[in-house]
Design a protein around this ligand. Structure first.
Ligand code: C5P
Length: 222
């Protein structure tokens, strides 16, 4: 491996799911092992970056050399990201943020009674879009997990969320994604794209960090 050069750069990464409480014993969440984000944190450390990893509830070891902030809800994750994004050069958002949270968290355990239960949810903040819309924002990289028209939806997200780069993955591909150790990505940016074929998440993380470094250098030159 040629080591990508990120010495002197600060990289902020979100990983894992968020968990939104319903009552003292229950929550809603997303499938997400956090493996991709943790692998990216490790690759960024190896490239010489100072790394802050904001992690939802996952059972993974903190990669050596990175600062880890544990959070539970999307609101907590946003708070942490807003704090660290100020000094970040690169923001990589791999977290599977819950799109909605309960309008109100029940103080006591919700009891079984009727056959149907209705809960009301309200939208969570879009963490990535919040950071990418700030002045002096870091280079922003999003992820797009799609089950159809992968490239088209990813291109839309690149534009709508004002991203510098997006890494799309097809969640219908066999043996890849979610809890797997392997993945494949289609990385898109304004004016270019690159397909990173199926391999280990650690190899993909290294390739993604290289692409980000190259793109950042191009932008900084102009
Ligand atoms: O819109 P969608 O959830 O598909 O966008 C995925 C990208 O946006 C990912 O990079 C994810 O981490 C980020 N995201 C976020 N906050 C949300 C929802 C998604 O940061 N509330």
């Amino acid at each position: 491996h040629a080591v990508a050069e990120l010495r002197g750069k600060h990289v902020l990464i979100t990983a894992g799911p968020t968990r939104e409480p319903l009552d003292p014993v229950r929550y809603i969440s997303n499938h997400s092992s956090g493996k991709m984000g943790f692998a990216i944190a490790e690759a960024a450390v190896n490239a010489g970056a100072e790394v802050t990893l904001v992690a939802g509830p996952v059972s993974l070891q903190t990669p050596r050399g990175c600062e880890r902030i544990d959070v539970t809800t999307a609101d907590d994750m946003l708070d942490a990201c807003e704090q660290f994004a100020r000094k970040a050069d690169i923001f990589i958002s791999t977290a599977a943020v819950a799109d909605y949270k309960a309008v109100s968290v029940a103080e006591n355990k919700i009891k079984k009674s009727d056959n149907e239960l209705t809960l009301t949810f309200t939208k969570n903040p879009d963490i990535l879009a919040t950071i990418s819309c700030k002045d002096n924002r870091p280079f922003c990289v999003g992820f797009a997990a799609e089950s159809q028209d992968v490239e088209q939806y990813a291109r839309q997200k690149l534009i709508n969320k004002k991203l510098d780069m997006i890494a799309a993955n097809d969640i219908t591909a066999d043996g890849l994604g979610f809890n797997s150790d392997n993945n494949a990505l289609h990385v898109l940016w304004s004016g270019g794209d690159k397909k990173l074929p199926a391999t280990s998440k650690s190899e993909l993380a290294h390739q993604l960090i290289s692409l980000i470094t190259t793109r950042l250098n191009e932008i900084e030159k102009n």
